[in-house]
Ligand binder design. Structure first.
Ligand SMILES: [Zn+2]
Length: 381
């Protein structure tokens, strides 16, 4: 639990980390649009010095945390070009993850977290003892104003060798709304009933109080939100762990969120289902256990293609849960068939493309972008 002064400084860190992230994203975009140049992570780190001269208030912030914001943006770009993620988005003050990272100099002393700019230490409640060497930490704030720190340790255990990708140890998964996951081996994971109940209760409360919004209602909603999101996380952890344990490789579709957002109802269900969180869990657990995640782009005819003979059923509608292929006569379950297609498509397409950045000409800089946008009020958490 940080004291008031510390909470204020944490909020400033969160605000500044977001500010630098957004500024770097804008600079990168301008450099690309204007000069067709991909600004490197290093070039942007270099510009931080000038930015600090321009924005005195950044000096209050741990500079490594600001650098890390740029590194995170760079990683988001790399992931995008590898087809692993959607294009990086500007971070919002109100939505999404409110956090900042401390990449170095993290110490734990007598239940206190000691990090740069917080020399006196922030009191914390440790849920588990740490194992190995502490490498870095992330401090986050929930919508209800609770603070959490996650600490990353290195245990010295060798990074696991990745399992070979073989047809018979690979499973394809189809993420759905009716069932949360249907795997190509026929296994299904349904959204638990209590979660569906909690979600509809949340929507009910939201609707009921939408007319008279006040501080108290907002707080109530935030608490309910947090409860539902914790329950959902538990469920996602269970499913992802089971899939990772039982399979050597998992093929999954990259979610083209922009396409899906066109359909508002579907968009709501997607955010309820937590698909992107789920895919992220699969990815890091795959790293832990030496498994493979094979991602494919959204594969339009994954439901309409017969996984036995490859012919396409153009008449298939969303209502058809089962269909018989006219070419080969196989009776197909819609979701299992889709996950079989995702599996075979991923196995065929298993290769990644990396793009190298180029450097030339005069480019926009962080400060250059800043001038029309500069607003010191952005710092306030
Ligand atoms: Zn067929």
């Amino acid at each position: 639990m940080p004291n008031r002064k510390q909470a204020e400084l944490i909020n400033k860190h969160i605000g500044c980390a977001r500010f630098v992230f957004n500024l770097a994203l804008e600079t990168k975009q301008m450099a690309y649009v204007g000069a067709k140049v991909n600004l490197t992570c290093f070039a942007l780190h270099e510009q931080l010095k000038d930015l600090k001269k321009e924005c005195e208030w950044l000096k209050e912030i741990n500079s490594q945390s600001l650098q890390q914001s740029i590194t995170n943006l760079d990683r988001a770009y790399t992931a995008f070009f590898k087809g692993q993620n959607a294009f990086p988005k500007f971070k919002s003050k109100h939505r999404g993850n409110q956090s900042f990272n401390i990449p170095q100099n993290v110490l734990l002393e007598d239940n206190k977290l000691v990090i740069p700019k917080f020399k006196e230490g922030i009191e914390i409640i440790l849920h588990r003892p740490t194992k190995g060497t502490i490498r870095q930490a992330t401090i986050s704030r929930t919508p209800t104003g609770k603070y959490f720190v996650s600490i990353l340790c290195e245990t010295g255990e060798a990074v696991k060798h990745k399992a070979n990708i073989k047809e018979n140890t690979t499973v394809g998964i189809d993420l759905g709304i009716k069932s949360f996951v249907v795997a190509s081996d026929g296994k299904e994971f349904d959204n638990p009933k209590f979660l569906r109940k909690a979600q509809s209760r949340l929507k009910f409360v939201q609707r009921k109080y939408s007319k008279h919004k006040g501080k108290r209602t907002n707080k109530r909603l935030a608490i309910l939100h947090e409860k539902v999101s914790n329950q959902r996380k538990d469920f996602l952890h269970k499913v992802s762990t089971e899939l990772i344990r039982e399979n050597q490789s998992i093929a999954v579709e990259t979610l083209q969120v922009s396409n899906m957002l066109k359909n508002h109802k579907l968009a709501q269900s997607i955010s309820d289902a937590g698909w992107s969180t789920f895919v992220t869990m699969l990815e890091y657990k795959a790293e832990w256990y030496g498994k493979n995640i094979l991602k494919i782009g959204t594969f339009e005819p994954s439901s309409k293609t017969c996984s036995h003979c490859g012919s396409i059923n153009k008449e298939l509608t969303l209502q058809d849960r089962e269909w018989t292929c006219k070419s080969c006569g196989t009776l197909l379950n819609r979701d299992v068939n889709a996950s079989c297609n995702i599996k075979s498509f991923a196995l065929k397409n298993h290769s990644s493309v990396e793009r190298r950045p180029k450097n030339r000409g005069e480019l926009p800089t962080l400060v250059g972008v800043l001038i029309p946008e500069a607003q010191p009020s952005l710092v306030v958490g």
